[in-house]
Design a protein. Structure first.
Length: 78
């Protein structure tokens, strides 16, 4: 996402991780991206998604997606 722009996050990654029962790892890619140049990439700590039932509901998927995006944004603040 370019600086000053926002996009609606999609829940695909968290839904796949939840169904597979694997943790997700937030990853922040720095704002200064240029071809063949050094780009800052910050890896967060993996964490297990939490939801009720066998698979997450739409609301739970949205909540988990928002949480993942918040963790990614927090990595960019360091």
């Amino acid at each position: 996402v370019k600086e000053g722009q926002t996009v609606e996050p999609h829940a695909g990654a968290v839904v796949m991780a939840a169904r597979a029962g694997v943790p997700v790892m937030p990853v922040y890619i720095g704002k200064k991206k240029r071809l063949f140049r050094k780009t800052d990439v910050v890896f967060g700590m993996p964490y297990q998604l939490e939801f009720e039932g066998r698979k997450p509901t739409h609301e739970e998927s949205q909540r988990m997606t928002e949480e993942l995006m918040a963790r990614i944004r927090a990595l960019g603040e360091h």
